[in-house]
Write a protein that binds this ligand. Structure first.
Ligand code: AMP
Length: 116
């Protein structure tokens, strides 16, 4: 079994500030926010460790992560101001939890980013 921290949050074994849920995806606030709004969107089904482990069959699920973030942004009223979605992959991407997830960052101008 491929257990992860986010699997434990999905199963409600450890607490999280859950702000979004549908049949396939859970959204909860990042414990160390990098912006005024920082929400993680995670597939609730079988654990996919990284974006590099995905297959064409999972294209719809990956798209649904994006749509969940966009839906949340509209619902919370910051879609017009804008936001950023990010998926980190492995070491050079800065990934620390190996359970694929999409970051939603918003609530202030975020500026551009590079290697820093
Ligand atoms: P990544 O570095 O892309 O793998 O993102 C993992 C994110 O999970 C980081 O931004 C962490 O701050 C966040 N995180 C770690 N533990 C928790 C937790 N218990 N609840 C919510 N977010 C967490």
């Amino acid at each position: 079994m491929n257990d992860t921290l986010f699997g434990r949050i999905i199963r409600r074994e450890i607490p999280a500030a859950i702000v979004y849920e549908d049949d396939d995806i859970l959204g909860f606030k990042d414990i160390a926010p990098q912006a005024p709004v920082h929400v993680l969107f995670v597939p609730k089904g079988e654990v996919i460790p990284t974006l590099d482990d995905t297959t064409p069959e999972q294209a719809q699920l990956l798209g649904r992560l994006m749509l969940a973030a966009a839906d949340y942004a509209r619902r919370e009223g910051f879609a017009r101001d804008g936001y950023r979605v990010v998926m980190n992959c492995r070491e050079h991407g800065g990934q620390t939890v190996f359970h694929v997830h999409l970051h939603l960052l918003a609530g202030a101008p975020l500026g551009h980013f590079g290697t820093a």
